[in-house]
Ligand binder design. Sequence first.
Ligand code: FCX
Length: 435
Amino acid sequence: MLLKDQLAEKISQQRTRTTKLLKEFGDVKIDEVTISQVVGGMRGIKSMVTDISYLDPEEGIRFRGYTIPEVMEKLPKVPGGEMPYVEGQFYLLLTGEIPTLEEVQELAEELKSRRALPEYVKDILRAMPRDAHPMTMFTAGIVAMQRESKFAKYYNEGHFNKNTAWEPMLEDALDLIAKLPVLGAYIYRMKYRGDTFIPSTPDLDLGGDFANMMGIAKPYDDVARMYFILHADHESGNVSAHTAHLVGSALSDVYYAYSAAMAGLAGPLHGLANQEVLKWIQELMKTQSGGQVPTQDELKKFVEATLSSGQVVPGYGHAVLRKTDPRYMAQREFALAHLKDDPIFKVVSMLFEVVPPILSSLGKVKNPWPNVDAQSGVIQWHYGVVEYDFYTVLFGIGRSLGVLANLVWDRALGYSIERPKSVTTDMLEEWAGIP
Ligand code: FCX
């Protein structure tokens, strides 16, 4: 496989850099830690390394050094589509190189051969109550497939070796990336479309096949491609990526690590925010303007009521970003071209004007601008995916590209088991000089 050959070469180069840093510069200080960081969610502490993506607070995400517009422009496009191959984004994240069309198509073929979802996964999903949250089903489906892990087999058979451990990790990553869209679409059709599963079509790329299995016509294939590419990674400190890295550091395989990551993505302050946004906008339209597009005043009142009831405005703010999320802007561009008259899109656009000044006026919100979740739900809704509790599953399919690329690299570079040190409140008081 071209991907594996290129990756092997990159790994050997990167090992030299990491070994030199560790051996010769291991004692160089790169950060200091304050009490507010320790108590406040370890915010901003430089304590992880990844080359897959970097989040600049002012500029937003760069995938392997490329901005979102660059990624969209440079990655090979699916013939007949507006958007690039999702497979190309995985190739880029894993190797750091923009793939050629031939390289992407070879990877796409490889993934097609790995799509089949084990029957026992379907049985497990069917045994769950239909009103279980789709993220619960998604997470359960992933962990259930752990018996397929080639890394676990390799380890259990006593083959573990720091030089080769990345190879079965890559195998597992390819298997899981290929299966996640099938798992997601299976859950969707079982739960919301009267249990009518549409099988995978072998001649379609990952994004096109997902749209096909969801039963949604064009341009939803491009929506799926765009969505998965944009959600692929957001460096390594966010809850889902960090969780996967942490669990993987115990030499757990990708099925364990990624199901744990998905449990984190399901939290309302993380991936669930995109479902919260749509729910909140529906509530806004229902209560303020009889289902119509509200006026600016009605919008302001609703935002203020949300804040005074102690809730956050979903889709706004970020732990690292300090400007409008470029993933929001990329989706906004698509929406302006394809659904500019959609009433919910009109509300989303009005919120972009109304919310930031209100959040800024609170004086405590570090970033009053919208994040990715403020825009993604409306596009799904427009194309008929109105079951907003499914949106985080879409996020979870996309996020696998970056998180699993990271896990392969974690094994390739032999990163250690994670074990930060905890301290007690007594110790903090002593260091603070409190008698
Ligand atoms: N609405 C109201 N208050 C907000 C806010 C918002 N959208 N964003 C931040 N704040 C508040 C915080 O709640 C905090 O208040 P407190 O001091 O009374 O507890 C204060 O502003 C400072 O928080 P800040 O440092 O700006 O933000 P954090 O790093 O603590 O939190 C998140 C970041 C994203 C969790 C926060 O902005 C939030 O809750 N946003 C809404 C939910 C959301 O959209 N999440 C998705 C984020 C992302 F895209 C993803 O991971 O998927």
